[in-house]
Design a protein around this ligand. Structure first.
Ligand SMILES: Nc1ncnc2c1ncn2[C@@H]1O[C@H](COP(=O)(O)OP(=O)(O)O)[C@@H](O)[C@H]1O
Ligand SMILES: [Mg+2]
Length: 225
């Protein structure tokens, strides 16, 4: 039996203008696996990831995580739960006044970890993502691909149980796409629940990494063969 990861129950999201972006979606995103979410621009992929990560509240239905209805919880409880979520935002949202290292350390703030452990973790991701010489640099001095890998490192540094990645290879060349797919596969293999939104055809071909592929269209989610 699969372990509970994230799931949507009749999940609905209506924008303030009245537009229904997501319409009664039911879906399972299992722990220990990676799921790819495709769909045209404007289909609602980012909205769905923000709902799964507790950054938006549904206007109908629920999001469950680890078998618990987290979208129903009061904001304070949900904020604490969200510490288990790692997110790469489509528009990255790095903090411009902080260095690369400081950006990566941001999710560690609520956790009482030793400086030695944090330094080891940040150093390991900087090395893996070929950013070792850029730890003290401000993000604007990096290329788009490097900045996106900083966002990956920030999402991964706390070893999140739920990893949500929004167009996470948009700025990466083919070599890096392979390297990043390896990171996804490792995260899933260690029990993480990985959901990737992308229209990158290079990811659509990665059948060995993604257990399931969903397509979002007109507010509904279909399983792709
Ligand atoms: N902050 C926002 N305010 C109002 N409408 C938004 C906002 N963000 C996205 N939308 C609208 O919600 C719909 C889904 O957007 P989005 O989730 O970003 O789609 P995708 O990620 O698939 O491109 C689109 O119609 C978009 O215009
Ligand atoms: Mg998007």
């Amino acid at each position: 039996m699969s372990r509970p990861g994230l799931s949507c129950h009749q999940l609905t999201f209506q924008r303030a203008c009245g537009k229904t972006v997501l319409d009664r979606i039911d879906a399972e995103f299992e722990a220990g696996g990676a799921i790819l979410l495709t769909g045209e621009t404007g289909a609602g992929k980012s909205t769905l990831l923000h709902l799964l990560g507790g950054m938006l509240q549904p206007t109908g239905g629920e999001v469950w995580a680890g078998g618990r209805p987290v979208s129903r919880w009061p904001a304070l409880h949900r904020d604490i739960w969200r510490r288990q979520v790692g997110m790469v935002f489509q528009h990255l949202h790095l903090v411009p006044d902080l260095s690369v290292e400081e950006n990566i350390l941001l999710p560690c703030i609520p956790h009482a970890l030793s400086w030695q452990l944090l330094a080891r973790r940040v150093g390991a991701w900087l090395g893996r993502f070929d950013l070792a010489g850029s730890g003290q640099a401000k993000p604007h001095l990096l290329s788009g691909g490097q900045r996106q890998r900083v966002a990956w490192a920030r999402a991964l540094v706390m070893q999140p149980r739920y990893l949500l990645l929004d167009e996470p290879t948009a700025f990466q060349d083919d070599g890096w796409v392979h390297g990043l797919l390896d990171v996804l596969a490792e995260t899933a293999a260690s029990g993480g629940c990985v959901v990737v939104s992308s229209h990158d055809v290079r990811l659509r071909k990665a059948d060995s990494v993604f257990q399931r592929k969903y397509h979002l269209s007109r507010g509904r989610l279909e399983v792709l063969p």
